[in-house]
Design a protein around this ligand. Structure first.
Ligand code: SF4
Length: 60
């Protein structure tokens, strides 16, 4: 995404299984490489992660 990925917008690199097409590829953005799974943010499901992300974005 040449202009960056706005909050709330699905990344163009996600495939139909919600997996990153750039995983292991040197073109994968550094911010993505540095992010590790965080149970506080990610929870135990995709839906829970989206709810947590929305709450964090609203609070900051
Ligand atoms: S890890 Fe980064 S590049 Fe890959 S799908 Fe997620 S936001 Fe997009």
């Amino acid at each position: 995404m040449p202009q960056g990925k706005p909050p709330g917008v699905r990344c163009a690199q996600l495939d139909d299984n919600n997996l990153c097409r750039l995983f292991g590829d040197p073109r994968r953005p550094d911010v993505c490489k540095r992010f590790n799974y965080d149970p506080e943010l990610c929870g135990t499901s995709r839906n829970q992660a989206l709810v947590n992300l929305a709450a964090w974005e609203a609070a900051t």
